[in-house]
Design a binder for this molecule. Structure first.
Ligand code: GLP
Length: 242
């Protein structure tokens, strides 16, 4: 694990964007794994700027998002599809046919998970997976559990995550209780992983991820076993690290 600690969230965003940009410059046909959440928004803003400045192009890039709420359609403004369109895809030259997000509206979510996992495999897996971090140590929507789930699967969200994400919804009761998420195996298959975490609400999860035992109660702790992980933190998120 490479751990970089910055003064503030803006620097974390710039560092994250620079690493993604380097990947695209090395291989414009890269397959990127992408997260939602408020933390990556700064990374996406910087990537848009680099695109507008003519430094990077997404024309040949394929993307796979980590997760999607079950039951929210693409045009629901709380869906992760909508989030990605708003914060990145509508502002860069990624091709619509190269964008992949689990479909939360299907009749058979288990079949959708299998289809998604297969699509990732057919694309050759992720060259670079960008991650945020849940307050309870989740990555994607892999919630604290007694085991690590391997492949894309249906998730029952924890109360902690439902509460954390309620801020994006007009009414907390509207937060879906289930989601589709890449598995820990899917994420760990990425050639490179970059995780961004900022703010004191992430400090405990960061400590467990970096210094704790590898334990499915902090799903991100498995990243200790990945050969190429870069963790980008601000001072507040890093505050509990010894
Ligand atoms: C959601 C997403 C995660 C994300 C997490 C943290 O639960 N499924 O991928 O990392 O939120 O979000 P934030 O960056 O807003 O704290």
């Amino acid at each position: 694990m490479i751990i970089q600690i910055f003064e503030n969230a803006d620097q974390v965003a710039k560092a994250g964007a620079n690493l993604v940009a380097a990947q695209l410059l090395e291989d414009p046909q890269s397959v990127l794994g992408l997260p939602t959440g408020s933390t990556p928004i700064g990374v996406y803003d910087q990537l848009i700027r680099l695109y507008e400045d003519g430094v990077i192009s997404f024309a040949e890039t394929t993307t796979f998002n980590l997760d999607e709420y079950l039951g929210l359609s693409k045009d629901n403004d709380q869906s992760y599809y909508h989030f990605m369109l708003e914060h990145l895809f509508s502002q860069v030259n990624v091709q619509a046919e190269n964008i992949n997000i689990p479909d939360g509206t299907v009749d058979d979510p288990v079949a959708e998970c299998e289809r998604y996992e297969q699509a990732i495999a057919e694309a050759g897996g992720m060259d670079l997976q960008l991650l945020g971090l849940g307050r309870n140590g989740h990555i994607g929507f892999n919630e604290p559990d007694s085991f690590f789930q391997k492949a894309t699967h249906v998730v029952e969200l924890t109360e902690n995550t439902i509460n954390a994400n309620a801020r994006f919804f007009a009414d907390p009761d509207q937060v879906p209780r289930q989601a589709l998420s890449m598995g820990i195996g899917t994420i760990m298959d990425a050639a490179k992983i970059i995780l961004v975490a900022t703010g004191s609400s992430k400090a405990e999860a960061v400590k467990a991820m970096v210094e704790g035992n590898i334990d499915p109660l902090c799903q991100a702790s498995i990243l200790q076993l990945h050969p190429s992980v870069t963790i980008l933190l601000d001072r507040d998120a890093a505050a509990l690290l010894s």
